[in-house]
Design a protein around this ligand. Structure first.
Ligand SMILES: [Zn+2]
Ligand SMILES: [Zn+2]
Length: 246
């Protein structure tokens, strides 16, 4: 029983690590250039992304930039307004894969992120990354608990990523005049991504919390990296696309 509890907690911890890497590296740094990371931190994030998600960064970036270009209109890869909430919440992985595999989408929206030698040798091979990640868990926990921890991580990571796209465009507060929504409870679970209305209002701002009462856990990591001299942010204040607050 204790082993099972430990395995579940390890799975949830890995999910939070993956959420931090997703929001700070894939989203804020690569997709929007809201912050710039040092080469060492960039490489560390590439490794953690590979081991914990199997995501190819340039594909994630391309799909996400397309979402910003066509937010909740025809062409959005994962809009609950177009497709319905359930189809995005439950089918987000398939919607992502469909857009990510479209070479024209990647060529158009991630032309600043061409594959380098590390991608060709390691990071473009998702199954090897996930296999090594699982093997590390296996060494630490033993195979049955490694499977449980890996399963908890995978289910929670995929479920929460889908929630940002589905809930984040369906329910919650709209401070700014854009279709996305703010949900602080979701932001707690997704390293800040639940403050999605704020993000669509100021995509190049590295902090997703705009008010004192809002909490963006991903920002804590950004601040730590900036404090160490390993990152710098693009704007000190939110640069709003539409300068109005509801
Ligand atoms: Zn969005
Ligand atoms: Zn974004």
């Amino acid at each position: 029983m204790l082993h099972a509890l430990v395995a579940v907690l390890v799975g949830l911890a890995i999910c939070q690590l993956a959420n931090l890497v997703t929001t700070v590296f894939l989203h804020r740094a690569l997709s929007h250039r809201a912050l710039t990371l040092s080469p060492g931190i960039t490489f560390a994030f590439r490794v953690v992304t590979w081991l914990s998600t199997g995501i190819r960064p340039r594909q994630w970036v391309a799909v996400h930039r397309k979402h910003h270009a066509f937010t909740d209109v025809e062409g959005d890869p994962h809009s609950p307004v177009i497709l319905g909430y359930a189809k995005v919440q439950l089918g987000n992985v398939g919607l992502y894969r469909k857009a990510a595999k479209d070479e024209a989408v990647v060529a158009r929206y991630a032309r600043d992120l061409p594959a380098d030698r590390w991608d060709r040798v390691l990071f473009d091979h998702a199954l090897i990354g996930l296999g090594i990640g699982t093997a590390l868990l296996w060494l630490i926990l033993g195979w049955q608990w490694a499977l449980l921890a890996g399963g908890v991580h995978m289910a929670s990571y995929l479920g929460l990523s889908a929630s940002v796209n589905a809930i984040g465009h369906t329910w919650g507060r709209r401070r700014y005049d854009n279709p996305a929504r703010n949900n602080q409870w979701l932001a707690w679970l997704t390293a800040g991504e639940g403050l999605h209305n704020n993000h669509h209002a100021a995509p190049t701002f590295a902090r997703l919390a705009h008010m004192a009462r809002e909490i963006d856990p991903g920002w804590w990591l950004v601040r730590l990296l900036v404090g160490r001299g390993w990152a710098s942010v693009r704007h000190e204040e939110a640069k709003l696309k539409v300068p109005s607050a509801a």
